[in-house]
Write a protein that binds this ligand. Structure first.
Ligand code: NAD
Ligand code: WQD
Length: 331
């Protein structure tokens, strides 16, 4: 298969590209480089020994997408491109709707014109909003609590409508929990610009000495140690989840949603302790008030992905921290 990866040089897409190339597929990476670096392309080649095609462009450029799909004979698309910072989406909702929702409409128009009807979409557990029960299964009511999350929900709804209108479309919405970790080579990983919003990259930068102390947002949650609990999923498990999502679509038309998580929740303190084991030093921490908008706990029921995709996240929290540390410390 030849697969177009929008947002192809980004964090999750670059790891997925490695998995797809190693499984014998061709990949075309399409990215405007607003949150990634061009040298990722060479690093993917260094890992796999195979050169991915790279096209620099914006997904709102429908014509360029159409030409790219045609020129490379892409039979499916994995749509990673998007802006993802929750706080920024609250401050700049128009930017988020324009990039994420308008960008997806442009992609769908290009796919329709090119006759490519198979799509895996990077959705998020954020579409579940406040938990009515845990673990989250795919039937849990949706209701995002910020503009970023609402772009994901709008896109999911749009994709449902497209599938309902034409039975030749095949769409998997993969609802990621908390992706972390890096490729075991240490050559690719998550590289946020500025001060990271998310826990793992923040902890990693404290370990390298770039930041002084880990701020822990809330120690009075109704969890075992009072800190927030999340379902961290290794990015290489996630990458394999995309391959499984594509394989599933070979035999299934219509719209489908799958949770990609391990089903295991870890607290902020659990993650910090695992990172200390990985880097071999104690990390300074300070307790801070809760971060507005955060929920106490989030973790997946991933039974559907296991039974229908034949996929399960197997890598441990220690693997996630060790690979992040290898990536950060070798940069
Ligand atoms: P990332 O920022 O590393 O990757 C996104 C890529 O998309 C970047 O390379 C960026 O340059 C590119 N991009 C953004 N807008 C574009 C546009 N208009 N045209 C072309 N390229 C564009 O982020 P990531 O963590 O790899 O996330 C990938 C996808 O997964 C996103 O859609 C994100 O919302 C979703 N997701 C991420 C997480 C997470 O915690 N990392 C969790 C759930 C869902
Ligand atoms: C994890 C835990 C924090 C930073 C976000 C998005 C979500 C999804 C994944 C895309 C929480 C605590 C964090 C810090 C801390 N992205 N924390 N100190 O909030 O679960 O999810 O990323 O779809 O939409 O909201 O992830 O890594 O920010 O936080 O104590 O400096 O770590 O309170 O309990 P979150 P996170």
């Amino acid at each position: 298969m030849t697969i177009l990866l929008t947002g192809g040089t980004g964090y999750i897409a670059s790891h997925t590209a490695v998995t797809l190339l190693e499984a014998g597929h061709q990949v075309v990476l399409f990215d405007n480089l607003c949150n990634s670096q061009r040298d990722v392309v060479a690093r993917i080649e260094q890992i796999t020994g195979k050169a991915p095609v790279f096209v620099e462009g914006d997904i709102r450029d429908t014509q360029l997408l159409r030409t790219t799909l045609d020129q490379h004979g892409c039979d499916s698309v994995i749509h990673f491109a998007g802006l993802k910072a929750v706080g920024e989406s609250v401050a700049k909702p128009i930017l988020y709707y324009a990039n994420n929702v308008q960008g997806t409409i442009s992609l769908l128009q290009a796919m329709e014109a090119a006759g490519t009807r198979t799509l895996v979409f990077s959705s998020s557990a954020t579409v579940y909003g406040e938990p009515k029960y845990l673990p989250f299964d795919e039937s849990h009511p949706t209701g995002a609590t910020n503009p970023y999350g609402r772009t994901k929900l709008h896109i999911e709804e749009m994709l449902k409508d497209v599938c309902a209108s034409d039975s030749s479309w095949r769409v998997s919405c993969l609802r990621y929990f908390n992706p972390v970790g890096a490729h075991p080579s240490g050559l690719i990983g998550e590289d946020p610009q500025g001060i990271p919003n998310n826990l793992m990259p923040f902890v990693a930068k404290v370990a390298t000495g770039e930041l002084e102390a880990i701020g822990i947002f809330g120690s009075d949650y109704p969890t075992a140690d009072g800190t927030g609990v999340r379902d961290y999923i290794h990015v290489m498990d996630l990458a394999e989840g995309h391959l499984a999502g594509l394989r599933f679509l070979r035999d299934h038309t219509g719209w489908h949603a799958f949770n990609l998580g391990t089903g295991q929740g870890y607290s902020v303190l659990d993650l910090v302790a695992a990172f200390e084991r990985a880097c071999g030093k104690q990390l300074q921490r300070k307790m801070l008030p809760r971060r507005p908008g955060d929920i106490a706990s989030s973790y997946a029921n991933s039974a559907k992905a296991e039974s229908e995709l034949g996929w399960r996240g197997t890598r441990s929290l220690d693997d996630m921290c060790q690979s992040t540390w290898k990536w950060q410390s070798s940069k």
